[in-house]
Design a binder for this molecule. Structure first.
Ligand code: NAD
Ligand code: AHE
Ligand code: ZN
Length: 375
């Protein structure tokens, strides 16, 4: 198949909110600096649902969504040296070129090399898509487009991993789990003995809990409007639970009262701007740090009294948990293989690519953390 167009099945999002259509899609060969990957397993993340909803300013249609996956390199374009056909890989929506201003700064995991293309659904080389249906181009998404049996990505967006790692599990290390762990370890840098509040106990919030537990946090307070979330959350390290619906007072006041003035660290893992405000305001005066992890819709803005920051609270955000993708995803895979981090525990459902619309329905029900699709 090397050098040839591959026709395979993919889930195409033709319009916002309209059911995805399983189509025969043509996938062009990889050009210079590109890699074509046979995707074996892909999970669904709430960010896919967000873009599909039409609220993402970077969401273009028709496109192939999906960004949490694992597969095997099928072929590589000219000049690609770090991976070869047969390598087991995880596509990374956050690239790492190791050469750009961002990569060299030592201050961020964001990479500038291909971001201008991945935000508009094309490849960097010719600003065109490698996907088409009957000659009509289909946009890429986040530089990954994993809801397809084959995809083409930039070589700076491919993490080569241990071939012994089970791809049906480690696909989760493409997004949600690293995001939560890294928010704690890299962005907040939680110290032993800290008190932590986590708003939203989906996969990302639970990974924050796991990260906080391993960092030695003392009180790990989970906050969710769905009380059923507490049972599962306990397994990930949450040791107190608050449902905002059980209280008259604003949730930030409830947390401040519970914690003698506020928590050391809080994490917003929902994407709701009023909860982001509450998460900041439940932090302790003088030092409390709040990390925004959730993705809020286009047009939404955060607000608080500047006095909150003047008096020492810090507002931060994180993308992919601050992890350098190509370097650290393989390391996270090893941590999983050594049983130092959970992954299997986040997988509540397994389905096939053909059942993707049903999988999205599930995602909106409280019982689903991650659903892994086999392609
Ligand atoms: P999820 O939907 O599984 O989890 C959200 C949880 O929040 C649910 O348990 C829900 O019951 C709860 N919730 C909703 N409204 C609430 C409220 N007002 N108060 C308290 N709890 C509330 O989602 P997820 O897959 O865990 O993702 C969480 C967010 O993180 C999404 O916005 C996603 O787009 C974002 N995300 C960001 C990054 C990043 O790099 N920054 C990476 C992955 C995901
Ligand atoms: N296109 C969206 C932004 C979405 C967003 O913030 N994405 C996160 C990853 S979410 C993964 O589930 C991210 O990494 N952002 C940094 C980046 O470079 O995109 C919008 O609203 O415009
Ligand atoms: Zn995601």
């Amino acid at each position: 198949t090397q050098g040839q167009v591959i026709t395979c099945k993919a889930a195409v999002a033709y319009e916002a909110n309209k059911p995805l259509v399983i189509e025969d899609v043509q996938v062009a060969p990889p050009q210079a600096g590109e890699v074509r990957i046979k995707i074996l397993f892909t999970a669904l993340c709430h960010t896919d649902a967000y873009t599909w909803s039409g609220k993402d300013p970077e969401g273009l249609f028709p496109c192939i969504l999906g960004h949490e996956a694992a597969g095997i390199v099928e072929s590589v374009g000219e000049g690609v040296t770090e991976v070869q056909p047969g390598d087991h890989v995880i596509p990374c929506y956050q690239a790492e070129c190791r050469e750009c201003k961002f990569c060299k700064s030592g201050k961020t995991n964001l990479c500038g090399k291909v971001r201008s293309a991945t935000g508009v659904g094309v490849m960097m080389n010719d600003r065109k898509s490698r996907f088409s249906v009957n000659g009509k181009p289909i946009y890429h998404f986040m530089g990954t487009s994993t809801f397809s049996q084959y995809t083409v990505v930039h070589d700076v967006s491919v993490a080569k991993i241990d071939p012994l790692a089970p791809l049906d599990k480690v696909c989760l290390l493409g997004c949600g789990v690293p995001t939560g762990l890294g928010a704690v370890w890299n962005t907040a840098k939680v110290e032993p003995g800290s008190n932590v509040a986590i708003f939203g106990l989906g996969t990302v919030g639970l990974a924050v809990a796991e990260g906080a537990k391993t960092a030695g946090a003392t009180r790990i307070i989970g906050i969710d409007i769905d009380s059923k979330k507490y049972e599962t959350a306990k397994k990930f390290g949450v040791n107190e639970f608050v449902n905002p619906k059980d209280h008259q007072k604003p949730i930030q006041e409830v947390i401040v009262d519970l914690t003698d003035g506020g928590v050391d660290y809080s994490f917003e893992c929902i994407g709701n701007v009023s909860v982001m405000r509450a998460a900041l305001e439940c932090c302790h005066k003088g030092w409390g740090t709040s990390v925004i992890v959730g993705v809020a819709a286009s047009g939404q803005e955060i607000s608080t009294r500047p006095f909150q920051l003047v008096t020492g609270r810090v507002w931060k955000g994180t993308a992919f948990g601050g992890f350098k993708s190509r370097t650290q995803v393989p390391w996270l895979v090893e941590k999983y293989m050594n049983k130092e981090i959970k992954v299997d525990e986040y997988i509540t459902h397994n389905m096939t690519l053909g059942e993707i619309n049903k999988a999205f329905d599930l995602l909106h029900e409280g019982t689903c953390l991650r659903c892994v699709l086999s392609t």
